[in-house]
Design a protein around this ligand. Structure first.
Ligand code: SF4
Length: 201
């Protein structure tokens, strides 16, 4: 019997390739935990795309609740942090911790994430976070660099061929604003400091 693996997936593009690397050795379930996504319609679009790709591999798909307020609390004060910096550290920790929690509760044997398939992500950061959570939860973490062996190109090509939604920004409101090369102005109300953004330009 293959070990049960819970695969954190961030979108349809990442889910278009990584599962095929795991399926020969693991009993894979895809777990969509992405409360970082903004706006909520983006969460729904990427969820549908990830679900479509999971189905194409014949894999079970679980959608975690969209808890945007909890995610914003995790990254509070880090609105202007650069991509791959401290905000991303908190963001990835938040999502992977939720994934480990679920895996522990449902008695999975190990956890992995698709995140490292993107060249925009820091694989050392992802794997360090995964290993730390592995120690906390007592579950194995498969720290892989899915970009290797042309992984990112294969992901993009398969997603394109499948006709699924393909996003053009990392996911949170801050990355959306940065992608639009807009000027961001944070407000200082401590209850919503990171939530309220003014976009201009
Ligand atoms: S840029 Fe991406 S990884 Fe970083 S905080 Fe935003 S959604 Fe998370």
């Amino acid at each position: 019997m293959k070990p049960k693996l819970l695969l954190h997936a961030c979108c349809g593009v990442c889910s278009a390739y990584v599962p095929e690397r795991l399926v020969p050795d693991f009993d894979v379930t895809v777990y969509y935990e992405n409360s970082n996504l903004y706006p909520s319609e983006e969460f729904d679009k990427r969820c549908q795309a990830a679900k479509t790709m999971a189905a194409s591999f014949g894999l079970p798909f679980i959608q975690a609740p969209y808890d945007s307020p909890a995610w914003f609390r995790s990254v509070r004060g880090l609105a202007l942090s650069p991509e791959r910096g401290p905000r991303c550290e908190k963001c990835i920790s938040h999502r992977l911790a939720k994934t480990f929690e679920y895996a522990k509760e449902k008695r999975f044997d190990c956890v992995a994430t698709t995140l490292s398939v993107s060249r925009r992500k820091n694989v050392e950061q992802i794997n360090r976070i995964g290993c730390a959570l592995s120690d906390i939860f007592g579950l194995e973490f498969l720290g892989r660099d899915w970009k290797k062996d042309n992984g990112e190109t294969l992901s993009q090509t398969r997603a394109k061929n499948a006709g699924i939604y393909r996003q053009n920004y990392c996911g949170c409101v801050y990355s959306l604003v940065a992608g639009q090369q807009s000027k961001v102005q944070t407000h200082t109300d401590p209850s919503t400091a990171d939530l309220r953004l003014t976009i201009s330009g």
